[in-house]
Each structure stands twice: as C-alpha cells, then as structure tokens.
Design a protein around this ligand. Sequence first.
Ligand code: SF4
Length: 385
Amino acid sequence: MPEKIALYLHIPFCQRKCVYCDFPSFAGKEGWIPDYLLALNTELQMALRPQGTVDGRQIDTIFFGGGTPSLLSGEEVELLLRKVRKMAVVLPDAEVSLEANPGTVTRKKLEKWRAAGVNRLSLGAQCGEDRLLKVLGRIHSVRQAEAAFRLAREAGFTHLNLDLIFGLPEQTLVNWEATLKWAADLGPEHLTCYGLQVEEGTPLATLVAEGSLILPAEEETRAMYETAMDHLSDRGYQQYEIASFARPGFECRHNLYYWTYRDYLGVGAGACSTIASERWTNINLPEVYIRRLREGESPVVHRERLDCRQGMVEMIMLGLRLSKGPNAQEFYERWRVSLDSVLREQAAPLLEAGFLKFNNGTYILTRSGKILSNLVLQRLLEPLL
Ligand code: SF4
C-alpha cells in the first residue's frame, strides 16, 4: 500500500492584519494572488512529479490555510484542486479543508468551493462580541460570522469548524461563556478554542506593554479554558486534543497528521514540510517566493534532518496534545524503544502530582495537566533536550 500524506497549501494574503497575528500573512498584497497561484502550481509540480519529494504517495487530506484562503475565488480553488488531482492520487474520501474569514465569504464562493471538492470549512469566528472583534482588528462582525455559517450550510457543508479565542483583553468569564453558548448554538461539528498568545513584535504586544489593553489574570484565563471543556462536553463535543472539540467522527484528519507525527507536504510562502524525518521551510515573502519559482529556484530557506532524539521528542510533545496520548505501539515501531522507558523517570513526579496518567502503555494529560500543559511538557521533555 502506498503511504498516505497530508498536503497543506498556504495562502499568505489577508485583507487586514489582526493585532495579535504573527503568522506569515500579509495585508495589501492581494494583487499578487494570480502570480502566487502560478508559483504554487510550480512548487506542487516539483514535489508531486515522478521522482519528486512525494512521488507515489496518496494524498489523504488537503488543507487550504493562511492567511485568508477565502480570498480565493471559487474558480481559483477549483483550478488548484483540479491540478493537484492531475499530478497525484487524491484518495476518493480525502478530507479537503479551507480556512475562511467570515468577512470574505459569499454564497457564490461557498457553492463553488463545495462543488470543487472542499468538504470541510473552518470559519475564523473568534468571538461572539463585536466590541472584542474590533479590539482584535478582525474585519468581520458577529452577524457576518452567523451569516457565513448559515450560507455554508446552505451550500452543503456538513463539516464546519468554528475557531474561537479566549483570554481576550477585557474579556470576562461571563463574556466567554456567552461566546461558547453562541458558537455551540450555531451547531458546528467541530470547535477550536485557543488561548490568546501575545507574540513579540505584534501591535497587541505594544498595546499590552503600554497598558492600553488589559488582559485577564492568569487564573481567569485558566477558568475560561475549564469552562470551554465543561460547556462543550455538556453540549456533546468530545475534546480529542488540547484545543479541539468535535462531535464523534468529525475530528480534523489533517491536523491529526501533525499530532501523530506523520508526513506532510506544505507548499507556499512560509510553508513547512516534514517527510521521512527531513524538515524544510519555504521563504516567507510572497513576492520572493514567486520570483524564485518563476526563475526555477527552490523556495526552501531552511532544511534539517531530525535525528532520533529530536524525532522522539516531537512525537511525544505532539502526541501528548491528544486526549488518547502518543501511540505507544507506533512509538516503539519507529524508534525501537518503549515510550515508557523514555519517559518513566521524569514522568513519576507528574503522575504523582496528578498531571499525567499512565494508560495502556502510554501517557495522557489529565484535566489539570491540560490546563498547565506547557509546564507539564517542559518538565517531561527537558531531560531529553
Ligand atoms: S485573518 Fe488570520 S492570518 Fe490574517 S491577519 Fe488575522 S489572524 Fe492573521
């Protein structure tokens, strides 16, 4: 059986930059989109051609991420998917996801994307309050998010995700509970709840540093996370990953490739790939990416081979994000050493303190372990670094 692979297509354009965003995405460069799509096609050809990086692999999932992939028209998405299908075997039941900003969605686009084979839509709703959406610099309102959700349903999307962020400036626990209720009432199959991160160099970092925006206290942010776990479980969602909640059978297959340390190809400016323990990253700037591909040069700016120890650490770190933990059998098959023997010593105090559980040969974060996951992972993995 040929090995399966996940394909990520990065669309690095945004209408406006959100204040918290440090992703490789650029506002005011939408004029580059047609040239960018040509370059993306060239990079895809290089990777998928016979003897290319992923020759012979079957594509199991495709993910249009960004940036704002929903800036692409129905025709542009359709053409890209048609080309991918021409160059490689895309499995008939492949999961094809597209990230959409509610401020850029139209009925026509949704219908075209669905007809082109996109079968999972992830809407960046972020919050159920207009005043907070404004603070974040989002280009859409709550009503637009609701309208995008309904239009997506009407266009035939049966797998919808809503992205939400908690720990926003001036957000209270009561506000966050209202957002959770609002989102769950819409009835998505999947919800993602991230805690706001203040990334260095973003406008948010400046606003927080100068005291113009006040973030909730750490305990309140933790309480928000716990509220998400409780509220969404009461509403029938299973938490299968630290930040991801799904109705049974609606877990994101594409993201599971990352969390189970399986191979993925990323194409586009700033995209990263990991295949057969080799990892590479493309140049960030779309115009340089376009120029390089036009001139037949590689877009890769960094390449490394992960050694056995790095690979083990990643597999544990990513696997622990999952509610069922890293797969002990796969770990052994890959590294010829048991997960337990690698972690036993440093896991002991964390097991005793109730942050970890040991179950069926693997380690699992408990509820308190999830709440303090960064700290727990640091304690667990430090001796291996
Ligand atoms: S829409 Fe997403 S990628 Fe674009 S600036 Fe906002 S957070 Fe960043």
